[in-house]
Design a protein around this ligand. Structure first.
Ligand code: ADP
Length: 498
């Protein structure tokens, strides 16, 4: 094993405490696996008021901690608990900032206007806590715009600090669409010095850009899949970070997220009607019948069922799926189930779909973890028509459950699914490239014709898909390498004359 590292993670989300997306899953799982590899990992998150302390064994830890921001001193308290593998988690209590209805926005979906204060404070408080408990990090690992500025604070404020001064920083971008761009009026509070407010680092056309600043000051930047890394580095892409990421050279690349197979394995999943495995597939038939019953579909094992799960936001492409699936349900002998919520127009469409296609379509509008397992296990195909996808988890779950993914070839979907080859029958799913309803429709047709006409190929692909290994152990080893490289970069940086 390589050298044992002290790793401080600062994040705005973490499973099981607070989650809005994949960021929370990564911060919940990665530290556990790094700890298993022998590293000392500590995680800092906000003490949001919705986190039930009693459920997670959270207890008071530090009664009073002061944190200097640019224009004032903030006071907070710290709580702590431990998760799997004894990883310590510290929760920063600052009622004015974190005692609210939501994580980033109110119940009307309006972003909290003081988000730049809340999260620059979190970044500084995370570093201050390390100092207070005398935890000398080799690595400070930050996630998305919310904690990105810790990398800037390290280089601008703490470079001579005996505890923090030698720490290298790694920033992971989970979704480049969320930049954290805020009016310059917040800059004094953030407190990173006028001389550092420029287009190269923290400024974006006169505003403060958290993610851009994080990219500039980090010793290494990662994102959650190699293809997404290439996408957001490509000149003139829609995220606007191409020059900044390209400037990082070899110090920006993608590491695929892992899957928590304790949660997502058909052999042990207790949410589903019957367990099954690659060599004992009988249970999958039971799961399919159970799914068909639950969604009022005709119970018939010969009809292929296509499933979809996700947030109804533009990114996920459900607006392209809607006309395609309507047509496919007319033209093909298939069934369709969907679980999700979000855009009200799409909610309406998918809610109404079953009444227009009785016995052939089912939907559940809302969030339901148990149903998501039931869909993964019971379907034959799982469709993800995303316009972009930093990593995506459902396609990896699908493969484990022998449910072949039909995906748009973008980001993590492109990296994890191997396209079907009609000549040899190899592959783990079906890919399309165009982001249009037509592409979705024709690829559904391709998958369905394979189901009916090339049964041997289906068997081969299902077996190949179920054998794929996207475990966290593999990803954690790649993060370990990234940390080592960041440390080297930091040592070289320290040698520069200033
Ligand atoms: P993102 O983080 O962009 O939402 P991912 O595919 O990385 O997309 O992860 C989404 C996770 O949330 C998956 O585990 C998915 O099954 C789950 N999920 C999304 N919507 C729902 C829902 N309505 N009900 C249950 N689980 C859901």
């Amino acid at each position: 094993m390589s050298k044992k590292l002290n790793i401080l993670m600062i994040s705005s989300e973490m499973v099981p405490f607070a989650k809005t997306g994949g960021l929370a899953d990564v911060v919940g799982a990665l530290p556990v696996h790094l700890k298993k590899m022998g590293h000392d990992v500590r995680v800092v998150i906000p003490n949001y008021s919705m986190i039930p302390h009693a459920d997670y064994g959270i207890t008071p830890f530090i009664d009073f901690m002061n944190v200097w921001m640019g224009t004032k001193e903030e006071y907070c308290r710290v709580h702590n608990t431990r998760i799997k593998n004894d990883v310590p988690v510290y929760l920063i209590e600052h009622d004015l900032f974190f005692n609210r209805w939501g994580i980033y926005h109110d119940s009307d979906m309006n972003d909290y206007i003081d988000n730049p204060k809340r999260f620059s404070f979190l970044a500084q408080a995370g570093l201050k806590l390390a100092e207070n408990i005398d935890f000398k990090p080799d690595i400070v690992h930050v996630h998305d715009w919310q904690s990105a500025l810790a990398a800037a604070y390290l280089k601008i404020w703490h470079w001579e600090n005996p505890v923090l001064g030698s720490a290298a920083s790694v920033l992971t971008i989970h979704n480049a669409a969320y930049r954290g761009i805020y009016p310059k009026t917040f800059y004094d509070y953030i407190g990173l010095g006028k001389e550092n407010f420029n287009e190269e680092s923290l400024e974006m056309f006169g505003a403060v850009d958290f993610l851009k600043g994080g990219i500039f000051y980090s010793d290494l930047v990662t994102t959650v899949s190699p293809s997404y890394g290439e996408d957001i580095k490509r000149p003139f892409n829609e995220f606007g970070l191409a020059p900044n990421l390209a400037n990082k050279g070899k110090n920006f690349y993608g590491i695929l997220n892992g899957v928590d197979y304790d949660e997502w394995s058909p052999e042990i999943d207790d949410n589903i009607a019957a367990n099954f495995s690659k060599d004992k597939m009988l249970g999958k038939k039971k799961c399919k019948a159970d799914l068909q019953k639950r969604f009022n579909l005709e119970v018939d094992e010969t009809i292929p069922v296509i499933g979809a799960i996700g947030r109804f936001v533009d990114q996920k492409g459900f607006q392209n799926l809607a006309p395609a699936i309507r047509l496919a349900l007319n033209d093909m002998r298939i069934q369709f189930v969907i679980l999700g919520s979000g855009d009200s127009g799409l909610e309406h469409f998918y809610r109404e779909l079953p009444s227009n296609c009785r016995g052939r379509a089912g939907s559940y509008i809302g969030y339901n973890n148990e149903l998501s397992h039931i869909i993964e296990a019971g379907c034959d195909f799982f469709i993800m028509p995303s316009l972009y996808e930093p990593c995506g988890l459902n396609q990896m779950y699908s493969m484990k459950y022998g449910t072949l993914p039909i995906v748009r070839a973008t980001g993590g979907l492109n990296d994890t699914v191997e396209n079907y080859d009609e000549a040899s029958g190899s592959g783990t799913g079906f890919k399309f490239f165009d982001s249009s309803p037509q592409a979705v429709y024709y690829t559904i047709g391709w998958a369905v014709s394979t189901y009916y006409d090339r049964k041997e190929h289906m068997k081969k692909m299902i077996s190949a898909a179920m054998s794929m290994d996207f475990s966290w152990d593999k990803s954690a080893r790649e993060y370990e390498k990234a940390y080592e490289r960041a440390i080297e970069n930091k040592m070289n940086y320290d040698k520069w004359p200033r």
